[in-house]
Design a protein around this ligand. Structure first.
Ligand code: UGA
Length: 447
């Protein structure tokens, strides 16, 4: 077995797959990247990415040019010419919120079929977020049946969940807080040796069973989402508290080392491709074990109603939103990404449309993605200033840097009715509220 520099293959070029593949290749490892979607493979071989992520295009271009990163159309080619395969396919939700493992199932079946033709030991690493038990019950089992090889002796399987955040995915991959690897000794050691080479030195690493490793990922996301929903819940008190300000409360509790300052930014709610689906999948998994997860239920419940606070704040001032022009600044579920999956902006826009408002939108990256959802129901602006021009209310929904640079004068000069609702707490209330109508999440009236 070539330990010095294992060749790595990827099944699935979504967010996690394409970023991880590019990061591995950028450090000189040979990477073969396979996806059922031929367009993604083709684009990769042109040195480009189908997603926007800071730093990613450069890494891909350099690695493709150096011959370290190659997109392949044939799953067999990927498996037979590599020492280990990372499964990074999507794990979407089914209608009832439970996890849909169809892509993990088909990827592991393809790997099994290919391994039938291979003589060397091969490792399969499950990086996709999967409910506990999947690595052993689905992936290992599929490979065992289809390859007709002996587990441990002829192939290995382990779980290695991903903790990268969209918008800082490259940075997170190079500098993770920790690694989690779960599985049998041989598989775990093989992967650990690769990571020792890749990171040098290895970040803090938890070695455990595949099931624990899989559950760590869900517990991690559920805890972070709970932290954000917690601060959003407290922000509702601040909203009704004269002189209350959630920013100060977050700072006050965040300085307690047992709580910590991160993920305490109150706002219009959380979204994205992970938390909504993962929290629902965890709930469904617990139901199978005849368990209730009341903290997860409450975390979701707070989040479902949090965006509506923006609508209530607008109504307090404008009374009826029918026929009013409302500008929505920021559409992606967070800054530095074009991803709008389960974005708060969608809930807000839907509510505004139901109220009969004329909705104008702008986002530096997510315009195309939001157009696919709303088409001609919205007015699409080419800039933030164009978006707020002649409007009755501006709602700041995603905290992009370019919005942070806007001044009260920008709003005063351009809006018909200068009225701003800061849904992400990016503006200094002292500066803004003296000059124009200004409301913000978790900010009580000044008395
Ligand atoms: C999340 C986790 O942070 C990653 O560790 C994990 O790997 C990823 O899910 C995943 O499972 O793939 P991500 O969804 O990219 O990453 O985004 P986060 O930065 O965690 O933000 C999630 C949502 O919470 C965003 O809508 C963000 O605006 C919101 N948020 C976050 C707040 O409203 N307040 C905060 O203080 C932090």
């Amino acid at each position: 077995m070539e330990y010095n520099s294992p060749t790595i293959s990827f099944f699935g070029l979504g967010y996690v797959g394409i970023v991880t593949a590019a990061c591995f290749a950028s450090k000189g490892f040979k990477v073969l990247a396979y996806d059922v979607d031929k367009k993604k493979v083709e684009l990769l071989n042109e040195g480009k990415s189908h997603i926007f992520e800071p730093g990613l295009d450069k890494l891909i271009k350099e690695s493709v040019d150096k011959g370290k990163l190659k997109g392949v159309y044939d799953p067999f080619e990927a498996v037979l010419n590599s020492d280990m395969t990372f499964i990074t396919v999507g794990t979407p939700s089914k209608q009832d919120g439970s996890i849909d493992l169809k892509f993990v199932d088909s990827a592991s079946k393809m790997i099994g079929e290919a391994l039938k033709l291979k003589d060397k030991w091969h490792l399969t690493v499950v990086k996709s977020t999967v409910i506990p038990g999947t690595t052993n019950k689905v992936v290992r089992r599929n490979i065992e049946i289809l390859s007709r090889k002996k587990y441990d002796e002829e192939f290995g399987v382990c779980s290695n969940p991903e903790f990268l955040r969209e918008g800082s995915a490259v940075e997170d991959t190079f500098n993770p807080d920790r690694l989690v690897i779960g599985g049998d000794e041989k598989s775990v050691n093989f992967l650990k040796r690769f990571y020792e080479m890749f990171y040098n030195p290895l970040p803090p690493t938890i070695i455990t069973t595949a099931e624990n490793s899989e559950l760590i990922k869900y517990a991690n996301n559920a805890f972070l989402a709970m932290k954000v929903s917690f601060i959003n819940m407290i922000s509702r008190i601040c909203q009704k508290l004269p002189n209350g300000d959630i920013e100060v409360i977050a700072k006050g509790i965040g300085l307690d080392k047992r709580i910590g300052p991160l993920f305490l930014r109150a706002g219009a709610g959380w979204g994205g491709s992970c938390w909504p689906k993962d929290l629902n999948a965890l709930k469904k998994f617990a139901e199978e074990l005849e368990l209730k997860l009341p903290l997860v239920d409450a975390t979701i419940e707070v989040n479902n109603t949090q965006p509506l606070i923006m609508i209530d704040l607008a109504k307090e001032e404008l009374k009826d939103l029918k026929g009013k022009t409302i500008s929505v600044l920021g559409l992606s579920f967070k800054p530095n990404t074009d991803d709008v999956r389960d974005a708060v902006s969608i809930k807000i826009i839907n509510n505004l449309l139901e109220e009969g408002a004329i909705v104008k939108v702008y986002d530096p990256k997510a315009m195309e993605n939001i157009y696919r959802i709303f088409q001609d129901k919205l007015t699409y602006a080419g800039s933030a200033i164009e978006c707020i021009k002649n409007s009755d209310c501006a709602m700041l929904v995603t905290e992009w840097d370019e919005f942070k640079r806007m001044t009260p004068e920008d709003y005063l000069k351009n809006m018909r009715n200068p009225f701003l609702i800061d849904g992400r707490r990016i503006y200094d209330p002292k500066l803004f509220s003296g000059k124009m109508k200004f409301k913000a999440i978790g900010l009580g009236n000044r008395v």
